[in-house]
Design a protein around this ligand. Sequence first.
Ligand SMILES: [Fe+2]
Length: 470
Amino acid sequence: MKRSAYSLGLSGSNQEMRVERLDVRGHFPAWLTGTLIRNGPGAFVVGQQPLKHWFDGPAMLHKFSFQGGSVNYASKFLETDALRTSQEAGRLTYCEFATDPCRSLFKRTMTLFSRRPTDSAKVSIGRFAERYLALAETPLQMQFDPDTLKSVGVFLHEDNPIGQMTTAHPHFIDDSMYNVVIRFNRICEYRLYQTGHNYRPRRVAAVSSAQPTYLHSFGLSPRYAIIIEYPFTVNPLNLLLWMRPFIENYQWQPRQATKFFIIDRHSGELVGRCESDPFFAFHHVNAFEQDGELLVDLVGYPDASIITHFYLNRLKDADTRLPHGHLRRYRIPLRQRQRVKYETLATEMLEMPRFAEDTHKMRADYRYVYGIGLNRAQPNGYYNQIVKLDAQHGDARTWYEEGSYPGEPVFVAAPNSQSEDDGVVLSVVLDTHTQRSYLLCLDAMNFEELARAELPQALLFGFHGAYFGA
Ligand SMILES: [Fe+2]
């Protein structure tokens, strides 16, 4: 293994801090007056126990507040039971994605019902009915105070969440939050929930499955919810017995199809079931109906091997070759049952996809998708460029700087924006030369740098964030 310079973003732990007025190079737009809050792992070691996978670390929140061209920064570990008990014990006390507590110290046998699902909600950020939420794949979503980043409490999807998983990417639309929960039992179910401002989740629909898939997100169009069962599935008995960490119970089944379940999200009726050739995706991008078809855009991979590439020892290797995800459009005929086909919308690789969600979610005319990828001349190692894809014409713009490793780019529209890409994208970038990170601000239209704000530490590579206007 050739240890990479960017291993800095995948090792050790971050400090909690508060910094007024970061050093700024260039000019952040004067209209940028809100807050970007990001989520991700704050450590890759718990006490003496090293963690194995990018998705294992305890959640840390990072807040960037913009005012008059200056940027304030604060970071804080999300206060959870998992963090508190792990710190007290000096080792992991909850089951994480690919690392379990040491069995000989913790408990010789664990089962789905005795294990403790982590409340370390480390994946994404949402705001619902004025509540700020740190979100993950276990149903223990955490509410936090956006001023102090202190935890407020657990926000539940269901009364009894034991043994369930959910997606880290609920949809916030029409004063509702939609999410899918996976119920493991003798008969497993994908359950679509809608939560209104009374905070009481309502089950909209349920689809049974003998061997559920690993589900990180799902699709929503004006009329439908789209649940995709990739052939990366688990025998629920293996989860019940819990002989190995969560994700290691899942297996790629190359001869099985990928299944699409189409739910009318207003009536709850399962209106379509169809199949495609096998593929895997973490992230849906957008979905809409057009001319009798349901169009589902996502970042597709030929198989689920991307998950094993995210083990830390593999990801730190400078020579690692990450599988390439591409922006795909699946066309689902709504009136006939036939095999689903896709087209690749752009040849540039893509992960951590974002777009102008506030204005163009579920719209057929949406055009631009932002994300991270690998520079064609430097295709080894961790993601090293920011991309902007044109979903209508397949063109790409890229931002690349040698030695810099960016995270998910979040689009922020300019006030009274004149076009879909009138605004900026914000990305936390690790600079391996200075061994620190910076917050980069690009003009979303031409992808030129407007400004960067220097951070006093190298941030561990995170996952998702959200911008909240002032
Ligand atoms: Fe995600």
